[in-house]
Design a protein around this ligand. Structure first.
Ligand code: AMP
Length: 249
């Protein structure tokens, strides 16, 4: 069984993003970039399925600048067998990414596509759903447990107030949520080995996909600063302030 795992290069989750002076976006120059955390979970799940003997090949794919090669190398150090870089300098939006992935799915014919539930840069949470729509295939989004049995995959999904289990016929699309697993760190020997794993480089035009953005960013702003908190001496004072100052009770 073949698995395709799309991985996005985003600002590292430990970095506090800075808004560009002209409000057109978030500063990425000179900022540490890493694999989107939910995509690490997706790669880990694919690797665990391979370790169980369910999966025979894992292909990582990234759509973006040449530097996304680093993200693909990380995916291969974690256990992906090979990778595809779809190189573009254009901002990647969910619909254009989903179109690129659709073309790759038609070419590679994976049985399972495991994406992250969302990329932490734009928080779109849309690419997996759009890909399933474009392909007309079943989807199990926000997965917290995945079980593959002949010809189908059972996915436990995180939903408001609990969980829901769905059974999907393969080929299917899954998006990984936080509780699915804890991704491994790539070991040094595996990082070295990953340098020798194959990486194919193509462009969206090779796949017949037009990446022209359809969304325009109106403005990006820092969240308003929170006022400092205060310590009160008693519950009575809290009630009085809530009633007379905040006027919420
Ligand atoms: P989003 O819909 O942008 O929140 O992204 C959801 C998921 O789609 C991510 O976790 C990735 O698995 C995948 N994805 C989005 N953009 C890209 C990209 N440029 N390259 C590779 N995968 C992507």
């Amino acid at each position: 069984m073949k698995v395709l795992v799309p991985v996005k290069r985003v600002i590292d989750y430990n970095i506090k993003p800075r808004v560009k002076a002209d409000g057109s976006g978030v500063e990425t120059a000179g900022v540490k970039m890493s694999m989107n955390p939910f995509d690490e979970i997706a790669v880990e799940e694919a690797v665990r399925l391979k370790e169980k003997g369910v999966v025979s090949e894992i292909i990582a794919v990234s759509i973006g600048e040449a530097k996304a090669q680093d993200t693909l190398r990380t995916a291969m150090a974690m256990g992906a067998d090979r990778s595809i870089l779809v190189e573009t300098d254009v901002v990647t939006e969910p619909l254009s990414v989903a179109k690129v992935l659709k073309a790759l799915v038609e070419k590679e014919k994976p049985d399972l596509i495991i994406l992250g539930k969302q990329a932490i840069d734009d928080d779109m949470n849309a690419t997996g759903q759009m890909l399933a729509g474009l392909l007309g295939r079943p989807q199990g989004t926000f997965a917290s447990k995945v079980d593959v049995t002949d010809g189908s995959v059972t996915v436990m999904r995180e939903i408001d107030g609990g969980s829901q289990t769905v059974k999907l016929a393969l080929p299917a699309i899954i998006t990984a949520d936080l509780r699915l697993n804890e991704p491994r760190y790539a070991s040094l020997p595996n990082i070295m080995k990953a340098r020798k794993k194959p990486m194919e480089k193509i462009t969206p035009a090779d796949l017949g996909v037009d990446m022209t953005p359809r969304l325009s960013v109106v403005s990006v702003a820092e969240p308003p600063e929170r006022k400092a908190g205060i310590k009160l001496d008693s519950a009575a004072e809290l009630v009085s302030r809530l009633r007379n100052e905040a006027k919420v009770i």
